[in-house]
Design a protein around this ligand. Structure first.
Ligand SMILES: [Zn+2]
Length: 300
């Protein structure tokens, strides 16, 4: 069995663990993402952790899931707005030099999608889309069992599909992007616009469940936009499933039911049977499991 040293590099934390062929995560933990000198400090921190892993297990390779735009073939971070000075880092090359091990680097949403295909909501599926709802919206598209990468590794940025030509401006430079209307931060913003109060996503959903009228109005608006995005995705790719991930999915089946009520009315009838909506299953472990999948090429 191959043990892989896996890391999930985010804007706040770097999560890690030794992942086994059964998807077990051993010696799991997290360390704070360094604020400075990312190009040297991140590889050093990862290398140190690998030396520690090696004292306990025979490590076969390294799997990295990373925020930002990633060139998987080159093992390079193309661009990241979350970590200062991180863009351009040839992470695979640097880590290979330090450890002598082969290194795979994959984008975090794509990694999460691979994780869900291996052990979670998309197990056994070949046509899959993952949409993660958080501060923004991330996307990954799998066609015929393979991640769709595009001509320059930029495919699948579903959060930046425009659903309103003259809509709100987005940090990407565009306007009316889905993530301006259907992310958790959009839900919080809608409620603030109605009530003047700024709540967390969790507090907001608590109010929804208490039938607070303004919270319900904001939630309904958020759902309408989310479903617009989901219907577009269904019509574009006709996947077997669209997995919805992100913290808000911890609301569970009630959340899915609210989405389905609107989705079933808006999607073209012929898509209803073939494209199902499901919630993510692996939550926090998805990206680490996906990093293992990419490192061992279980799903390409
Ligand atoms: Zn955008």
């Amino acid at each position: 069995m191959i043990y892989s040293a896996c890391f999930d590099i985010g804007g706040t934390y770097i999560k890690y663990g030794v992942v086994t062929g059964e998807g077990e995560i051993l010696l799991a933990g997290k360390m704070e993402t360094p604020l400075d000198h990312a190009q040297t400090s991140i590889p050093e921190m990862i290398d140190e952790k690998i030396q520690f892993f090696k004292q306990h297990y025979l490590i076969g390779n390294i799997g990295i899931s990373s925020c930002g735009l990633v060139d998987h073939q080159e093992g390079k971070v193309i661009f990241s707005s979350n970590i200062k000075g991180y863009s351009g880092l040839k992470l695979a090359e640097v880590l290979h030099k330090k450890t002598g091990l082969s290194v795979s680097v994959e984008n975090d949403v794509r990694s999460a999608c691979l994780g869900e295909m291996w052990l979670g909501a998309a197990s056994g599926k070949q046509e899959v889309v993952l949409l993660t709802l958080g501060t923004g919206i991330g996307g990954a598209v799998v066609i015929n069992g393979k991640l769709m990468r595009g001509s320059a590794n930029l495919a699948g940025e579903l959060g930046h599909m425009s659903i309103m030509h003259n809509g709100e401006s987005c940090p990407c430079g565009g306007a009316g992007c889905l993530e301006r209307y259907a992310s958790t931060s959009a839900l919080v913003r809608f409620y603030k616009g109605l009530s003047g109060q700024e709540l967390s996503g969790k507090e907001m959903m608590d109010l929804v469940h208490k039938n607070d009228l303004l919270a319900l109005e904001a939630y309904d608006l958020f759902l309408e936009h989310l479903v617009t995005g989901l219907v577009n995705i269904a019509h574009l790719y006709n996947p077997e499933i669209i997995i919805i991930g992100g913290g808000i999915t911890e609301q569970g089946e009630v959340f899915l039911k609210d989405i389905l009520e609107k989705y079933d009315k808006k999607v073209m009838q012929v898509y209803k049977q073939s494209t199902k909506l499901v919630l993510a299953q692996l939550h926090n472990d998805a990206a680490l499991c996906g990093a293992y999948v990419a490192a061992n090429q279980l799903i390409k």
